[in-house]
Design a protein. Structure first.
Length: 630
């Protein structure tokens, strides 16, 4: 079966190459290493100064969607600058096969191996609220950015979420109904193929939430496999009083339980990232230039007008000028970092690092909004990812994936539920703060059924006990966190990573919710007694039962769910902490926008990538409109 696996690995590799065939000239040797990509429409000019209409910094989730739309207009020269390369080559099947996503160096322990060819390897400051742990914070350093690292869950926030956004930025175009066209035309939805899922893995969703007329290149579908543990989710969630979601989490309502779709290409069951969707189409149809392994070190200004960027490839520095605009899409940590390195940020902080101030903007890097999650694990009597430890099972899984696009390796996201806690279960302080800060349809908690053993969340590649049992985990993520952190400069050297300080649990209400959620998780498991074997395996009720013990467990075992946002938050002109206006233009300077998750004013509930893509396409429309009538 070793042989089968190797063949499978190579086969996937070949499939990928075929997919890229039209715009990639490449030589691959027999074992798939030593692969030398020659990008016919991006090489030729790197390492020398050049001028474009638009220069986009960061070929990640948002950056490539913006690039696609600007390039497809056919009117402008557009360049994208990305520090990484192509994940298909740099990390192979691990990044391409949805079921392998959790094994790509994920977990909080900064000592476990991170795949540094596709990840920045960021580590947070020691977090007081997490028992002084410093957490490895995965961020994609590759075309596709975090869409190439993510587990692929695709959903949208609630109507109230977007109403709050519209209110905060004083622009009704952020209301759900007005964003819907962008949500819709970013993607193509393929209905689930129920003949490939178990008969008990039926999906409920609202097809009117997806495009019929002008679908976009991002592929959304359901895995050709329903995780067996997920099929038991309904009995667990009914045990805490939740019912089946009638709309499937993309219609502006987040309540109840159900299967979520994922960014999976239904044709080959491969990951659909911003690279394999937006970039691929743009490279086939337009003259978009892509600079890979190109690290942007500075935004260049003439007075307060952004004129281009400085960047480095393999140690060589050069510059790209932008006739029209520089668009910063470097993500939640690096968009504010690059702004500060270039002189836009809190004045005193910049000066303390010897950086000349272009514009004093106190909100840059502040307002970091993130959430944590943690859960409990059981032995279960259905197959989970634990079974992949068996070579025979793994070989079969690889075979099913490769030759039939089915089986456990197709699995990305799975079964989730959203809940607003009963008001009576919250302290009066929490009730008031939550009511004041979040809309009334904003769920407090998201529960996730995980197809394997997460243990203490330190490293998913090694957490499974590998003792012949199948393990499952149910975790809870807090969607209404009130703690806020920040990103700041370590030094004025652009190659030094920023200081990342999420301040988890610095607001005690977040801990109150986490403790309540932990207890609900136990109750969910109690409703799944038909599938569990023995008592709770981790942490175990003997070790953790009092509120004090639960709190301690949460501090020692929580991980972030990689959703950090809002470090260059959008706001109205009179909000001194806002960094960009409702067209994502940086206040106080000209010809510079920030378009990625850092520009969202807060972290929406659920999983954010759908919102990031919609924002990118919405702002790209603004950019095109502004180009017509500046
Ligand atoms: C492990 C993991 C799992 C996740 N799971 C999900 C999920 O299931 N569902 C969901 O909705 N969301 C998920 N997310 C979150 C989601 O992927 C991110 O919120 C979203 O993709 C962020 O998009 P972005 O455009 O803001 O940034 P990114 O996609 O991170 O893009 C930033 C890009 O800029 C590049 N860059 C940065 N600095 C520079 C520089 N100086 N020079 C050149 N290039 C630079 C980076 O390399 C990167 O490609 C997950 C994230 C992770 C990490
Ligand atoms: C993925 O590739 C790695 C390295 O080539 C190989 O060891 C592994 O078996 C492959 N997995 C699958 C499912 O193809
Ligand atoms: C793969 O090929 C390269 C170049 O031909 C060679 O150097 C390397 O040893 C090979 N690796 C394996 C694992 O066979
Ligand atoms: C669903 O899968 C079956 C094979 O299991 C296949 O025959 C059928 O064509 C698929 N349906 C669609 C709509 O792709
Ligand atoms: C492909 O998957 C379907 C659905 O699981 C199954 O019925 C069929 O036998 C599989 N075909 C092969 C060749 O494995
Ligand atoms: C997407 O929707 C927006 C808003 O309706 C529209 O302006 C744009 O042309 C659409 N784009 C595509 C590619 O259909
Ligand atoms: C659903 O079907 C799968 C596959 O047969 C099985 O493992 C699982 O236990 C079933 N779930 C329920 C709730 O019966
Ligand atoms: C900077 O802008 C001013 C005013 O628009 C212009 O006159 C000058 O030539 C610019 N300088 C450079 C170096 O481009
Ligand atoms: C390239 O741009 C840099 C500014 O980053 C400038 O110093 C250098 O002179 C330019 N080189 C050429 C050949 O124009
Ligand atoms: C929002 O929550 C904070 C606690 O973090 C609280 O101080 C504040 O009053 C709340 N806002 C409103 C409008 O209730
Ligand atoms: C987390 O659990 C693993 C076992 O899965 C163990 O090796 C590791 O030491 C634990 N880490 C901490 C910090 O407790
Ligand atoms: C970031 O937050 C930390 C902890 O709250 C604080 O000590 C530090 O001064 C802040 N840094 C900046 C630049 O605001
Ligand atoms: C769980 O098992 C009990 C007793 O064996 C049975 O009555 C019940 O229907 C099962 N529940 C589900 C959801 O299958």
């Amino acid at each position: 079966m070793q042989r089968t696996l190797r063949i499978a690995a190579f086969g996937v590799f070949l499939l990928q190459c075929c997919c890229l065939d039209n715009f990639l000239l490449a030589e691959a040797n027999e074992n798939g290493s030593g692969y030398q990509p020659l990008w016919s429409n991006s090489f030729g000019v790197p390492f020398v100064n050049a001028t474009y209409d638009y220069v986009i910094v960061g070929g990640g989730t948002a950056g490539l969607a913006v690039a696609w739309k600007l390039a497809l207009s056919g009117k402008y020269d557009v360049a994208v600058v990305e520090a990484g390369g192509f994940y298909e080559q740099d990390n192979g099947n691990g990044s391409v096969i949805p079921g392998l996503a959790p094994l790509q160096g994920l977990g909080w322990d900064s000592n476990h191996p991170a795949p540094l060819l596709i990840d920045w390897g960021f580590v947070t400051e020691p977090q007081k609220g997490l028992d002084d742990r410093s957490l490895f914070y995965a961020r994609g350093k590759t075309l596709g950015g975090c869409s190439a690292r993510a587990h692929g869950a695709f959903m949208r926030g609630t109507k109230g979420t977007y109403q709050k956004w519209a209110d905060e930025v004083n622009d009704p175009s952020y209301e759900f109904d007005q964003l819907l066209p962008y949500f819709k035309n970013s993607s193509t939805l393929t209905p689930p193929n129920h003949s490939k899922r178990f008969p008990n893995g039926t999906v409920v969703y609202d097809e009117t939430a997806y495009a019929t007329k002008t679908p976009g290149p991002l592929q959304i579908s359901w895995p050709n496999w329903a995780i067996p543990l997920g099929t038991w989710g309904s009995s667990g969630f009914e045990n805490i009083g939740l019912s089946t979601s009638k709309t499937g989490f993309s219609s502006g309502v987040l309540e109840g339980h159900g299967w979520i779709p994922g960014t999976i290409n239904p044709v080959d069951s491969h990951r659909s990232s911003s690279q394999s969707s937006f970039l691929k189409e743009a490279m086939l149809k337009t003259s978009l230039k892509v600079y890979t392994r190109a690290f942007a070190t500075k935004i260049l200004f003439n007075q307060t007008t952004a004129t281009g960027i400085e960047l480095r490839t393999e140690g060589v520095s050069y510059s790209l000028s932008a006739r029209k605009e520089v668009i910063l899409s470097a993500g939640v940590f690096q968009s504010p970092h690059l702004l500060m390195l270039s002189g836009v940020g809190p004045k005193e902080h910049l000066q303390s690092h010897g950086i000349p101030v272009v514009h004093d903007r106190p909100g840059v890097g502040q307002n970091l909004h993130d959430k944590t999650y943690v859960g409990t694990g059981f032995r279960v009597n259905v197959e989970t990812s634990s079974s992949l430890d068996s070579p025979e099972y793994a070989a079969e899984a690889a075979h099913d994936f490769l030759y039939n696009q089915t089986g456990p390796l197709t699995n990305g996201p799975a079964y989730v539920a959203f809940e607003r806690l009963p008001t009576s279960s919250l302290s009066p302080t929490a009730q008031a703060a939550l009511q004041g800060n979040f809309s009334s349809d904003w769920p407090h908690i998201e529960y996730l059924i995980e197809n394997g053993f997460s243990g203490n969340n330190s490293d998913y590649a090694t957490s499974d006990p590998k003792d012949g049992y199948n393990y499952g985990t149910i975790s809870a993520a807090i969607s209404t966190t009130l703690s806020r952190g920040n990103v700041s400069l370590r030094s004025n050297d652009p190659l030094q990573p920023p200081v990342i300080n999420p301040n988890y649990y610095s607001n005690p209400i977040d801990m109150e919710l986490a403790i309540a959620a932990f207890k609900r998780v136990r109750k969910i498991w109690a409703g799944m007694a038909n599938v569990t074997i023995g008592p709770e395996h981790y942490p175990g009720t003997a070790a953790v039962s009092t509120d004090g013990e639960i709190e301690q467990y949460i501090r020692q075992n929580s991980i972030m769910i990689w959703h950090a946002s809002a470090t260059c938050k959008m706001g109205s002109a009179n909000d001194s902490m806002a960094v960009v206006d409702s067209k994502a233009r940086v206040f106080g300077v000209e010809r510079l926008r920030v378009v990625d998750i850092s520009a969202i004013p807060f972290l929406p509930p659920g999983h954010p990538q759908g919102t990031v893509y919609a924002l990118a396409l919405k702002i790209a429309d603004d950019v095109l409109r502004d180009a017509e009538s500046p």
